[in-house]
Design a protein. Structure first.
Lengths: 294, 354
């Protein structure tokens, strides 16, 4: 019995970890291209969930089929935010100021959401996502499996783009050394804006998935900020792969602690990992010395 | 240097005037609601100035001070419970506990800089919130905790008046401390951390110890403010006291007024608290939206804050009085407030402004 409970919670952790990994990859991307931490990322995740909700209830669109609308919309918004707001900050203290600016954006998004949708819980029910099935004696909820599949596919596409495309090369060059990249003809400004757009797109995809798997409310994004931040620090700031691994490790640990100890301690898992990382390895487990300074 | 000394001397007098004026406030304002808003304003003045002990001197932006606010509130609430005689003892204990806990947490959190530090401080708030809601036997869980009052007034308006005076006295203490540190070697070291931490360290400033002491001091006063808050409202709501919004308010106040000046956070609180109350009363649905837009606007348009900006304007209007260095400071908004030779000891000539 206890063994199957353990396996059950590990499976659950993997399914949640996929969503964490997807969102953390967006955060790592922002950090990589601009050396900033985008506090508003989960706020946009929730905005994505609410847009999906509206499209679903108004026009009866399947939650996952709203992505062709929300993803381009978020991509353009991300580019606009980078170009019009973040690029304007003075470079001397950009790290701090960008945190405050994105914090302000998060508050604006939350304020807008609670003004439009009120503060109560919303959720989407679709028939195909509600059931679960047995797999080697383990219950697998369908909605979470769909979530993992969507998140996993998006992550693979993202890795493919970063690794093999021409844009991916210029993006990695911009991450590693912006000045040198400019010298060899990379338009770092454009690369950064597109990088931001891609990061925001992960929030749109995540939003569609989120709307499918859990009920959501406007101020719910704060808890996500703290969790995702813990994930990217443990993984090492700016390391997309490190963040993905940390996301799965923390997601699984959270699920195991949740079913074995208590939900309160499940939430604490993220912060304990965060502080242990800071004490023993401040640069994270996959990041360079760089991470400690930003 | 002499000008700075003189300015500092005047600051002590002005702080005394401010505290006297705030204390006299309840004589003029008798309406209970306005007095309530007054307590909030002076409380935020205390907290923003305490926040500025870290933020202003070292440049480390903490979004985690709500954690100490909540922690202080719970310390006082748990120790005092509902017996009034033990409230004073509980507040004293709160100061001690907050100092120790603040130093311990600072020692860990200050190992990272910049955005990572901000992340860690946000996490602190959530840890506090989880603990307060999870440890039911001690904190009463999400139902909250009842706390006895420091004063025996049964009339609400008189109680508010008493708390205005209490917070005003605490404000005086924190401001005097800030002003005192500003001129000491300790303060210079903290500012050196802000300007260039690596260089300061290589020149022999014990940056770690300095940062931790500043952080602990700051946490202690915010914790004490939290304890007083708990005895004032008589009730602790875990979701409210541990909310990042409170930290964000402190940052917004300091930033708006001017992070590098003694008067910045006080001015910021004097602007933000009344306007925030106005929004809450008249446009409750748009309260958050308004606060977000305000913070974003300040960061984008006036990152140096009101006081340094005014100072620059004065310097421009009155060129003979301004040194070349001040002019240079006025151009790079980053250098705004302290135009005296930067505090790194042992470097002859002008300091490199990066």
């Amino acid at each position: 019995m206890t063994r199957s409970l353990f396996i059950q919670s590990v499976v659950f952790g993997v399914l949640t970890g996929g969503v964490y990994a997807l969102l953390a990859s967006g955060l790592s991307l922002y950090f990589g291209v601009m050396r900033i931490v985008q506090i508003a990322h989960p706020a946009f995740l929730f905005l994505g969930a609410y847009l999906t909700y509206s499209l679903h209830t108004r026009f009866d669109v399947d939650p996952l089929l709203t992505m062709p609308v929300t993803v381009p919309l978020f991509f353009v918004t991300g580019m606009a935010i980078q170009r019009l707001l973040l690029a304007r900050l003075r470079s001397e203290n950009a790290a701090m100021m960008s945190v405050l600016l994105t914090f302000a954006i998060a508050v604006v998004v939350e304020g807008g959401l609670s003004a439009v949708y009120t503060g109560s819980y919303r959720s989407i029910d679709v028939d195909y996502a509600k059931q679960s099935f047995e797999w080697f004696g383990v219950r697998v909820p369908r909605d979470r499996l769909i979530g993992l599949a969507v998140a996993g596919t998006t992550l693979l596409v993202l890795f493919g783009v970063l690794r093999f495309s021409r844009y991916g090369r210029s993006l990695r060059a911009t991450m590693q050394h912006p000045d040198a990249a400019r010298l060899v003809g990379v338009e770092t400004g454009r690369v950064r804006a597109i990088g931001f757009g891609i990061g925001m797109s992960t929030a749109a995809v995540g939003g569609a998935v989120l709307s499918l798997i859990v009920p959501f409310f406007p101020s719910g994004h704060w808890e996500w900020i703290a969790k995702l931040m813990a994930i990217i620090v443990v993984g090492g700031l700016g390391s997309v792969g490190g963040a993905a691994i940390a996301a799965f490790v923390l997601g699984i640990t959270e699920a195991v602690v949740q079913s074995w100890v208590s939900p309160v301690w499940a939430g604490m898992v993220f912060y304990l990992f965060l502080f242990v990382t800071l004490i023993f390895r401040p640069q994270g487990f996959f990041g360079g010395r760089l991470a400690q300074r930003y | 240097m002499a000008a700075q000394r003189r300015q500092q001397g005047w600051n002590y007098v002005l702080v005394l005037v401010l505290v006297a004026a705030l204390t006299a406030g309840p004589l003029v304002v008798t309406n209970s609601y306005y007095r309530y808003a007054g307590v909030l304003m002076v409380m935020y003045m205390v907290m923003a100035t305490s926040w500025n002990l870290v933020g202003g001197f070292t440049g480390y932006v903490s979004l985690g001070h709500a954690a100490f606010f909540g922690f202080g509130a719970y310390c006082t609430g748990i120790i005092a419970g509902d017996s009034r005689p033990s409230v004073v003892g509980a507040l004293v204990a709160t100061v001690g506990i907050c100092a120790v806990v603040g130093a311990a947490i600072g020692a860990v959190a200050l190992r990272v800089r910049g955005s990572s530090f901000v992340i860690v401080t946000i996490a602190l708030v959530y840890m506090g919130s989880l603990l307060a809601q999870g440890w039911r036997s001690l904190t009463g869980g999400s139902l909250g905790l009842d706390v006895a009052s420091l004063f025996s007034f049964t009339n609400r308006a008189s109680r508010h008046a008493a708390y205005i005076v209490t917070f005003a006295l605490l404000l005086g203490v924190v401001m005097v401390l800030w002003n005192f540190i500003d001129g000491t070697k300790f303060g210079m070291g903290l500012k050196a951390v802000r300007e260039d931490e690596d260089r300061a360290q290589s020149l022999g400033v014990n940056t770690t110890a300095f940062k931790v002491v500043a952080f602990a001091l700051s946490a202690t006063f915010v914790g004490l403010a939290g304890g007083l808050y708990a005895t004032w409202t008589g009730f602790i709501d875990p979701i409210f006291v541990f909310s990042v919004q409170i930290s964000a308010q402190l940052v917004l106040m300091s930033l708006l007024g001017g992070m590098r000046s003694l008067w910045g956070p006080v001015l910021g609180a004097a602007i933000i608290v009344p306007s925030s109350e106005f929004f809450l009363v008249n446009l409750p649905d748009y309260h958050l939206l308004g606060m977000g837009i305000m913070l974003g606007g300040v960061v984008l348009l006036m990152p140096a804050g009101i006081i340094p900006t005014l100072r620059q304007l004065r310097a421009h209007r009155d060129p003979p009085g301004a040194s070349i260095r001040e002019e240079a400071g006025a151009v790079g908004a980053d250098q705004s407030d302290d135009v005296d030779p930067p505090p790194v000891v042992g470097v002859p000539g002008p300091m490199v402004h990066r």
